[in-house]
Design a protein around this ligand. Sequence first.
Ligand SMILES: [Zn+2]
Length: 183
Amino acid sequence: MPEFIKKSYLCTPMDIVDGYIVDLKGMKDDAVSHHWVLSDDFFSAVQGDEIKHGQVDVALRVKRTSEAFELDFQYEGMVEVECDRCLELMNQPIQGQCSLRAKMGEEDDDDGELITVAESSGILNLEWHLYEMVALEIPIRHVHSDGECNDKVMECLNPQETEKPVDPRWAALEALKTKTNKK
Ligand SMILES: [Zn+2]
């Protein structure tokens, strides 16, 4: 577990659960913690466009207040995404935090600021929220470090940039030809 998660979350017991859900209705205490590892299984189940593989640790702290449930997430890990330059897969480190608010209501809803969870179930499914959180941490332009792009692909994409320098003998001949033509 990453160090930052240990620091902030080890004070309360961890609930390791199947699925990425929080049982809001069943909360016995006013604060509960969850810890998940988003791995390849998660990313293939969610079927997002951008991320197919990865390993991201997520720690969630849920606090029940008189008005709502406050959810604080911290996450850290690595995802595999396409390099913008050579289109090969590259590892993108991910680290961040975010908060969500949820309340009970008549039916499931999400207006972007407040999630409403149907009181009948009281279960908040966070699968898509977790995916979006991680996807949002990917920089708009993400590329391999210099020199690590796939050369073959780069050649096809930008032939002029990787063209070999002209053989000096041919260059001399070319110069001669130009001179001759001018006469
Ligand atoms: Zn690349």
